[in-house]
Design a protein around this ligand. Sequence first.
Ligand code: ZN
Length: 345
Amino acid sequence: MTDSLLNRLEAGPVLCAEGYLFELERRGYLQAGAYVPEVVLEHPDVVAGLHREFVRAGSDVVEAFTYYAHREKLLLIGREADLASMNRQALAIAAGVARETGTLLAGDVCNTNVFVNNRALDERRVRPMFEEQVGWAAEAGVDFVVAETFQFAGEALLALEVIREAGLSSVITLAIHQEVETREGWTPEEACRRLADAGATVVGLNCIRGPQTMLPLLGAIVEAIDIPVAALPVPYRTHEQEPTFQSLTDPHASELPDGRPFPLALDPHTCTRYDIAAFTRDALDLGVRYLGLCCGAAPHHIRAMAEAMGRSPVASRFSADMSKHAYLGSDTRLLKENLSFAAHL
Ligand SMILES: [Zn+2]
């Protein structure tokens, strides 16, 4: 079998847009808290539209919106009966957009929230959750499966085992919280090395950390392994004292009902497109070859990433040209009276 992901990586770095949960919550199509992608059944057109916007902005991958469409979550919201249809529908929507745009189709599994790092228990509770979701992805003919946001490298290894048993390629990414280690206490590079040794196609980090606090972890991972490294931060301005988007504080907020900006009041911490472009260049310099953004990403961020990779996606047709701005521009047809008012804006 030809590996379409590896082929694409041989041609250059791959860009994968994520962040569907946050974006569709903002738009009013799913509920914060449980964060289940119910929208795939209720408004498939909206999900397809967002897939298209991300491809237009430069994503090489259409990732099926099956993040948290797993048994634990559906039990929690009383929709266990919809598990198969939600997964199949999400995969069908993504497959349609991947076909029409010539992009790669990815399945998606993630942290199950019931992994406890006990082999017997995890084999019984977690493995079947991966098996059913990976089964639906295989059935849909995905090019590879993304397995993401794992705090325990052990859970990532279990997901990888299931993906390999299905004969599929994989992008396996870990979630690194405030302590720079997995929940079983492995360094990120050690965890990535073990995943690489276990047969992952691509390994790296996703979610939780913003560009500034994910970047310092990437060099050691690139050094430690021979396979392509992935980096998909959240587009929020995390920093040394508050390295994760859950730990960010906001002393200027007039009201914080949840006691912290995460997850609904993160707006003032959002990265600009320039922040994202800078991260992209830095990560490429370190040797990262699979790039993207997670929770919080919007199409303008993805376009900035694509352009920093030297590309010109369809959406670049509308990349800024401030020379035509009425007050800040330089076009000779603009009114001088307005240009001289620029300092008063
Ligand atoms: Zn995320």
